[in-house]
Design a protein around this ligand. Structure first.
Ligand code: PLP
Length: 436
């Protein structure tokens, strides 16, 4: 039972013949943990089912969008409604209007919003707006923060790159990369030095206010506040990339929790209810720079697709009264209690986002707030844990550096099952080292 089933093995062979690594997004290939990825046929609630008929309790949740769980009935009905009326109109329509009104009404620093098809696209477009607004070209980002795969953001980016042999992607144009500055997280002095040197050239600072693509690295509020102040003092815009944290931690995202209000915000994941989506928004005068209102061009054949808009609206409406966030917080606290003090295991958690870190050499005394604070063996210690959980029917994201997600579909019993599996002595499961 420990290896992949026959059908997954067979499909992986075929998939590698026709697609790079056999997948359409790198982490899915299990390179970081070894072995053969499970080919899934579908999901329901907190569970995934694979082609060999096995069930898994899922804590990856499609890497974040599924805050209500797999195939949630309300979201399904909303999407089916859209489907029955025609699934791509390419015209003005009211589906996206409803979602835009809901978001702008509940997030005061997002006065105007534009929908796109992915978080990557949202970031790309927000950076363009920032450059147009300031007439400057440099962008400052942070080491370990992931902002999608647009060229200028693929430096020290975390997510799939966290387990790659080199911290930057190949194939980046040198001229593009030259415009990106990279600063360490949680380092006020380095930030000041960067602004002292380049301040007048920096169009925007972009940060995941809760970095969640290189483990989970909560920042000190003072650091985020000083970042906002420093950017403002130098006439640079502040962009919060809330693609992962938006509507997941609270209805106003991390900006709401931290009371720091960025000039521009990017969204994705949760706001499409599991359908392809992204969005960028912010102060009206900045967003009025976007075509056709202004000179910054940005367009999309399938933008504001009715399925994503209706599924997203149904999802956000369920979250709007805040009750689900409290429920998710309770589930998260339960996990934390169950794991408290387990040797060799650290749990980082904010709301429904959690990260499990294993180490044989011990953990840093200071809280983990930057990639360099992680124990050096975290990557290699994760693979056996991952496979031991998988053999017990529990699915985590197949990478040491990806976070886990709780959803409304998880029960107390599901949390206890995860905790129990994490505390169980690791079965020596083969499959941890036979990756290709
Ligand atoms: C997932 C993610 C992105 C990229 O979104 P895609 O839809 O995968 O392009 C960008 N920023 C953050 C913070 C993310 O977590």
């Amino acid at each position: 039972m420990s290896g992949a089933g026959e059908r997954s093995e067979e499909l992986f062979l075929r998939a590698r013949r026709v697609s790079p690594g056999g997948v359409h997004s790198p982490v899915r290939a299990f390179r970081g943990v070894g072995g053969t990825p499970r080919f899934m046929t579908g999901g329901a609630g907190a569970h995934l089912r694979d082609v060999d008929g096995r069930e898994y309790l899922d804590f990856c949740m499609a890497f974040g969008p599924l805050i209500l769980g797999h195939a949630d009935t309300g979201v399904r009905l909303a999407a089916e409604g859209a489907l029955s009326r025609g699934w791509s109109l390419g015209t003005a329509e009211a589906y996206s209007l409803e979602l835009a009104e809901l978001i702008t009404a509940s997030v005061p620093w997002v006065e105007s919003i534009r929908f796109v098809n992915s978080g990557t696209e949202a970031v790309m477009s927000a950076l363009r707006v920032a450059r147009a607004a300031t007439g400057r070209s440099k962008i400052l980002k942070f080491e370990g923060c992931y902002h999608g795969h647009t060229d200028s953001m693929l430096l020290r980016a975390g997510s799939g790159l966290a387990e790659a042999p080199l911290p930057d992607s190949a194939g980046l144009a040198p001229d593009v990369v030259r415009e990106t500055l990279v600063a360490p997280l949680d380092d006020q002095a380095a930030l000041q030095a960067m602004f002292a040197r380049y301040g007048r050239e920096i169009a925007a600072v972009i940060i995941e206010p809760l970095p969640a693509n290189y483990g989970l690295l909560p920042q000190r509020p003072e650091f985020l506040r000083s970042l906002a102040q420093t950017a403002r003092a130098h006439g640079s815009l502040l962009i919060f990339d809330e693609v992962i944290s938006g509507f997941r931690l609270s209805f106003q995202g991390y900006a709401g929790l931290s009371a720091i209000h960025p000039d521009l915000t990017t969204y994705g994941k949760v706001i499409g209810g599991g359908f392809p989506v992204g969005a960028y928004g912010g102060r009206r005068e900045l967003m009025e720079l976007v075509a056709p209102a202004g000179p910054v061009y940005q367009a999309g054949t399938l933008s504001a697709n009715p399925l994503a808009m209706c599924a997203g609206l149904a999802t956000l409406q369920r979250l709007a009264d805040g009750r689900l966030y409290r429920r998710l917080e309770d589930l998260g606290a339960r996990l934390q209690r169950a794991l408290g003090g387990a040797p060799g295991l650290a749990l980082q958690r904010v709301g429904s986002i959690f990260w499990i870190c294993r180490s044989g050499s011990g953990f840093p005394v200071t809280p983990m707030r930057a990639p360099q604070h992680l124990p050096p063996d975290a990557g290699q210690r994760f693979a056996p844990l991952f496979h031991s959980l998988l053999a017990r029917g529990i699915y985590l994201a197949p990478s040491a550096f990806e976070v886990g997600f709780l959803s409304a579909a998880h029960s107390e019993a599901d949390i206890d099952a995860l905790a129990q599996a994490l505390l169980a002595p690791e079965a020596s499961v083969h499959g941890g080292g036979d990756g290709d």
